[in-house]
Design a protein around this ligand. Sequence first.
Ligand code: PNS
Length: 154
Amino acid sequence: MKVLVPGSFDPPTNGHIDVITRCSKVFDEVLVGVIINPTKDSLFSKENRSEMLEEIFQDNKKITIKSFEGLLVDFAKKNSVNAIVKGLRAMTDFDYELQMAQMNFNLADFETIFIPSSPEYGYVSSSLVKEIHSYGGDVKELVPHNVLERLKNV
Ligand code: PNS
């Protein structure tokens, strides 16, 4: 079974890495979809976000990284994935994710499978990482080493 884990990954966090790695233990193939959103300013370019993920998962042959533009279900169809996977941190994620899951099913019959985040990453998000880093706070426990190095240069 091939699944798609989509996201902005701006930047990838230890929470993302945990969910993607655990997916690769359950499913045969994991496609990580890095969204290119022309209306949303991102800290890192699409190339940088994909590169960081490629570096992190270079030794895991079940995981591939691709960027995409447009509807998630179109990207999912084009890449012949069987289902979408999302990590859930808390009930606050659930409302929004449920709505998207129902919409994606309604649009193209794609099922969404939720994976609970590991408790140690339940509070980690890319936006908090960026905020803390922008004020000079220490984020080394929250992101992989290569992301930390890139954050130092932005
Ligand atoms: O990491 P994020 O920003 O929470 O990821 C959000 C993402 C990329 C999963 C979501 O914005 C998305 O699916 N965008 C693609 C456009 C689309 O299909 N929109 C309708 C969703 S029901």
